[in-house]
Structure formats: structure tokens, C-alpha cells
Design a binder for this molecule. Structure first.
Ligand SMILES: [Mn+2]
Length: 353
């Protein structure tokens, strides 16, 4: 594995490349053109400049998270072909810069959902949390303002205000899209981009649905071993793979993540590793990476990655807000750096068995 750190770019992130470079073992960042819009072809000059900036700090771009998918592709509208063409252009731009891993998701309307972005824990740290009972009382039209209130002034990834301003229209667009149609549309998209991925050796890594069950009645197709297996089989190309996100899959305690890792041997192109504390079905909060702070056996997860020969980029995922740091919720420096150290320690111990 290669230890990496998510970085949203200068002007979008409270964390600097210099700080990331000083975390032991971190070789690269997972970044994006944060001000790009879903559906547009990325400007090659901007990608080149981003790469130069990262490399000047002594790091590399280990992958992109994310190149977002336009809703017309997810819904399967006739206009999707023009957006797929733009997506291919972006992949070509990335491939020419030797950037070979792209994380994306195929979630309708909302990229990820939480009921609280700053839940206070007994030690005074705050974390993102989820409570289905609270979500059930929220009108989806007002989700953005609910999320925005606790975002510390940052634009949350996947919650672009321009898109969210069209929320009613978005729900209308998806009203006839069920799980089967969504998977068909994903398959259509993947088949169209695979020749470019083959040419440039780009690994596509779909991010699981977060949380791993339907929210607001919207379809969900990447949420357990069975559904992920279906997607993998639909386009049987080694470049069609997944982001193994333990926090997203682990939101459903019925998901046996080590078993999922084993079932996806060779098709995990990127890993997000974090811990959660479960309170009840549909109710959890994020925790420190340390196993004993949450409900997940982090050693077992890392062991499954190690034993299946995982050699892609990995990153700590959402951290707690600690030591009075102010950052985008989940994306401060301190707790994620602790996560890197811990995951590196587990990996070293695994390698010395
Ligand atoms: Mn994730």
C-alpha cells in the first residue's frame, strides 16, 4: 500500500502540503480540481499546475478524488453522451500527466449524508454522525442548509451549492430511476470509458454509498458484497474497481468488510480506512481510527488488505476535530495524521509477522 492524504487544494483546504509532507510515511496526496463542475472537461493547464504544485512540495498526486459524474449520466438522459465525452477528455488529461487512479461515486443527488457534522464526544472532540430518525424528519430540500450550518465555512465535497440549488429538479430527475436503471446507467458509462482507461492504465475506483442503505427513497447500488459484485461483473475489466471505504460499508454492521475485501481481490484500487462507533441500527458516529475507540476491528481490515496483496493508495478517512483545530468537518490535519501513524503501525506489524 501507499499511504496518502486527501487534500482539497490551495484555497480550499486548511491543511498545507508542507504539513502533509511531514506526516511519517505519507508519499502522496489524493486531490482534485475542487472548483470543477460535474460534466466539464478539465483544463489540462490546471491539472499540470496542480501536479507541479504538489511535486514542488516533495509529494506526488497518487490519485484523484473525485472526478464527479454529471447527473444526466446517472439518470441516463440522451445528453449523457456529451458529458461522457467530457469525462473521457478529463481521463486523457490525467493519463497524460501519469495520474492513474480516479475515485468517483454514482450516488443520486447526495454524495454522502450525515445528520450532524460536529457531534460532541465525552473527550470534547467532535465527529460526524448519523441518525436515521433525525434524517427521516429532514426535508431533503433543506439538507444543504442543514449541512452548511456546521461546515465551518467550507464547501463540503459533493455538496456544491450550485447543484443543491436545483434540489427539487434533481429529485424529479431521479423519480423513475430504480436500482436496476442506475446500474444500467453506470454500466453504460463504464463501458464507454474503459478503452481510455485501458490506453492510459487508469484505475477507476467507485466509492460505496454512504450510508450503505437507501436515503430519501433514492436508489443505492454500491452498498454490500452482492451489489458491488454485480457492478464488477457488469464490466469485467481490471480497470473497473472500487474504493474500499470502511466507513461507508461499515455504516451497515451486517457488512463483513474483511470478506468483502477478499471477494474483491485485485479490484480494490483505493482504500479509505476509518472506524465508526455503532449505537443502534441506522445510528452511528465516527470515531478515532484506533479499534478500541469504535466498533470496527481495524487490524482485521488491514490484515485482509495485506493478505490480498493490496498495493494501491490508502488514506485515513474522516478524522475527529481535536486540539481546537478548525477545518472542513472530518478533514482536519491532526486526527487524520494520527490515523496515518496508526494504520502505518498496523501495516508494519503485519509485514513483520
Ligand atoms: Mn470514503
Amino acid at each position: 500500500m501507499k499511504m496518502t492524504f486527501r487534500w482539497f487544494g490551495t484555497g480550499f483546504d486548511s491543511v498545507t502540503l508542507k504539513q502533509i509532507r511531514q506526516i511519517p510515511g505519507v508519499k502522496g496526496v489524493i486531490t482534485t480540481l475542487y472548483d470543477s463542475k460535474p460534466g466539464e472537461a478539465w483544463d489540462p493547464a490546471k491539472v499540470k499546475a496542480l501536479k507541479a504544485e504538489v511535486e514542488a512540495s516533495g509529494l506526488e498526486i497518487s490519485g484523484i478524488e473525485s472526478v464527479n459524474i454529471h447527473d444526466d449520466i446517472k439518470v441516463g438522459l440522451p445528453s449523457r453522451d456529451k458529458y461522457i465525452e467530457n469525462y473521457i477528455k478529463t481521463l486523457e488529461t490525467l493519463g497524460k500527466e501519469d495520474i492513474r487512479m480516479v475515485c468517483y461515486n454514482f450516488m443520486p443527488v447526495f454524495d454522502w449524508t450525515r445528520s450532524d457534522l460536529a457531534k460532541m464526544r465525552p473527550d470534547g472532540s467532535t465527529v460526524l454522525s448519523y441518525d436515521q430518525e433525525i434524517i427521516d424528519q429532514i426535508n431533503p430540500d433543506t439538507m444543504l442548509s442543514e449541512m452548511d450550518k456546521k461546515a465551518n465555512g467550507f464547501v463540503l465535497p459533493g455538496w456544491e451549492p450550485e447543484r443543491m440549488a436545483r434540489i427539487k429538479e434533481l429529485f424529479e430527475m431521479y423519480k423513475d430511476v430504480d436500482d436496476k436503471k442506475l446500474l444500467d446507467n453506470l454500466t453504460y458509462f463504464l463501458k464507454a470509458i474503459m478503452p481510455t482507461c485501458d490506453k492510459y492504465d487508469i484505475n477507476m475506483a467507485i466509492h460505496p454509498d454512504d450510508p450503505a442503505w437507501p436515503v430519501f427513497g433514492l436508489p443505492r447500488i454500491i452498498r454490500n458484497e452482492e451489489s458491488i459484485g454485480r457492478m464488477i461483473k457488469a464490466v469485467d475489466n481490471p480497470h473497473n474497481g472500487v474504493t474500499l471505504c470502511t466507513g461507508s460499508l461499515g455504516s451497515n454492521p451486517n457488512n463483513d468488510i474483511p470478506a468483502i475485501i477478499k471477494s474483491l481481490k485485485g479490484r480494490i484500487h483505493f482504500a479509505h480506512v476509518r472506524n465508526l462507533k455503532h449505537h443502534a441500527p441506522g445510528k452511528f458516529e465516527e470515531a478515532a481510527h484506533l479499534s478500541s475507540d469504535g466498533s470496527m476491528d481495524m487490524y482485521a481490515l488491514m490484515k485482509a488488505l495485506y493478505d490480498t496483496g493490496f498495493d494501491g493508495p490508502i488514506r485515513p478517512d474522516h478524522g475527529r476535530a481535536i486540539w481546537d483545530e478548525v477545518s472542513m468537518p472530518g478533514y482536519g490535519l491532526y486526527d487524520r495524521a494520527l490515523g496515518c501513524a496508526y494504520l502505518n503501525g498496523l501495516w508494519e506489524a503485519l509485514s513483520k509477522r
